[in-house]
Design a binder for this molecule. Structure first.
Ligand code: 5AD
Ligand code: SF4
Length: 469
């Protein structure tokens, strides 16, 4: 896989034009953490081009929408926002750029041209690094630009990055997906799986550690198949600290001084090999919360979803991890109302939820995505049934979380203190290894520290704690 180094000259050219103009940008990011990580890179480039951030659309000279298309509601959100920004374009010629996953869908770009023709730049998921060049062209020629590539982008290295947080950081380790789950649009908009080379990842993590970051989340659509495509196709993997798989990557990052916690999302159950389970067990910094997307608990539905595991295999994997990794906990993603889902299928999903006892469940109502096999299936589930099932699942999940939360009371949890509580400036907030929010009293010097906290009370979405003596 070829690597692309960013053309920093384009950044410099735009920066020069913008110098001293006190320009501002507004960015809206939709969707998953991978998109957020892309936005951090966009912000890094944009700030080097002499724009400063504003939260106010009306103040902006440049507006960027980084879109998602995994579910339908993101589309409604984008079109709503575009309606809102039209007046700014007309009044002060604000530059409007729309990028991300949704722009890889041809029917969406067509709709934009038809109904919102005032945009300046559309860019896809494979052309992020060309944003400065696109912006330069707009500023100098005012001609609308479409910079969308259908091919699988290469691995892009060297983009400046402006991170949202100074304790926790995300590091993308791979892009794209080869799984083609039948409900999912991702393989069509993010292209084929390709991994970053170990050296680049480890250097990024080391530099984050040097800047004081404590927690790293490794990101990818299918993290536990990191470097698999490269291994299977004999693509050269640059040798670096013996890393040639996800398990060896976890072990290498675990050795980096300064980093205290490692998380990763999302793995695929079918690729959860024993070496990864052993690495989670052995690496003290790897959190013992495993996000293990279930999607459905019914073997029939899993087959139609093309997930390549059965209900029994999923449960066996959970049991294996529970046996091998002390204190392991789980979170998951579940879709309700996939085409053909019967009452019995849905009950299988409830059954898995009961058996595993998830720490957190991200629940989604099935959303038809143009171009996916799921969209063409004839046995779509009526909206009303989908919503009813969603509510039943939610009720079960919340009742389980309530019980789980009570089990925390009286225990001592290692909590990474992240900052002041959003709702109460006098309190601090942090997270347990299992990603539960903990609110506590304490002084600001504790921010960024991993400390033992005694849990004293529980609420649905957070726990209360006190510094353990
Ligand atoms: N409808 C509903 N949920 C979906 N997801 C992916 N595609 C769809 C869809 N078409 C969910 C899956 C995935 C999560 C990121 O989004 O649960 O794991
Ligand atoms: Fe979508 Fe399945 Fe790939 Fe996840 S593994 S991104 S759900 S196709």
């Amino acid at each position: 896989m070829t690597k692309i180094q960013t053309k920093l000259e384009d950044i410099k050219k735009v920066a020069k034009i913008n110098e001293g103009k006190n320009l501002k940008y507004y960015i809206l990011t939709m969707g998953c953490q991978l998109n957020e990580n892309d936005s951090e890179k966009l912000c890094g480039m944009i700030e080097q081009m002499n724009y400063s951030k504003t939260e106010n659309l009306g103040d902006a000279d440049l507006i960027v929408f980084n879109t998602c298309c995994v579910r339908e509601n993101a589309e409604d959100k984008l079109f709503g926002k575009l309606g809102e920004v039209k007046k700014y374009k007309e009044e002060k010629g604000t530059i409007i750029a729309i990028g991300g996953c949704m722009m890889q869908e041809k029917h969406i770009v067509e709709k934009l041209k038809e109904s919102y023709p005032f945009f300046d730049i559309v860019f896809g998921t494979h052309t992020l690094h060309k944003f400065p060049e696109d912006l330069y062209k707009i500023i100098t020629s005012k001609k609308r630009i479409e910079d969308i590539l259908d091919i699988d982008g290469e691995v892009i290295e060297g983009l400046p990055i402006k991170r949202d947080d100074n304790i926790k950081a995300s590091v993308t380790i791979m892009n794209g997906c080869n799984n083609f789950c039948s409900y999912c649009i991702v393989p069509y908009v993010r292209g084929r799986e390709r991994s970053r080379m170990p050296k680049e990842i480890l250097e990024e993590v080391r530099s984050l550690a040097k800047s004081g970051y404590k927690e790293i989340t490794l990101l990818g659509q299918n993290v536990n198949s990191y470097l698999r495509v490269e291994r299977e196709n004999n693509i050269e993997i640059e040798k670096y600290e013996g890393v040639n798989s996800f398990a060896t990557l976890l072990r290498a990052i675990n050795k980096i001084d300064g980093i205290e916690r490692i998380r990763f999302i999302s793995p695929h159950p079918k690729d959860f090999t024993d070496d990864v389970i052993e690495a989670i067990r052995d690496c003290d910094k790897v959190c013992k919360l495993v996000h293990l997307p279930l999607q459905s608990g019914s073997t029939n539905i899993l087959k139609v979803m093309n997930r390549k595991y059965t209900k029994e295999q999923y449960l066996a994997l959970v049991d294996k991890m529970k046996a091998k990794i002390p204190n392991v906990t789980f979170s998951t993603d579940i879709i309700v109302g996939f085409p053909g889902e019967t009452e019995e299928d849905f009950e299988d999903t409830l059954d898995v939820v009961k058996k595993v006892g998830f720490e957190q469940v991200y629940m989604f109502i099935y959303s038809r995505r143009v171009g996916t096999p799921g969209d063409k299936m004839e046995n779509q589930i009526p909206e009303e049934i989908k919503h009813k099932r969603f509510d039943r699942l939610k009720q079960l999940v919340e009742s389980q979380i309530e019980i789980r939360n009570k089990e925390y009371i009286g225990t001592i949890q290692n909590v990474l203190i992240e900052g002041k509580s959003k709702n109460n400036d006098n309190m601090l907030t942090g997270r347990t290894d299992s990603n539960k929010v903990v609110v506590l009293n304490g002084s600001d010097e504790l921010i960024g520290k991993l400390i033992p906290i005694k849990i004293i009370a529980d609420h649905m979405w957070y726990l209360e704690g006190t510094i353990s003596k």
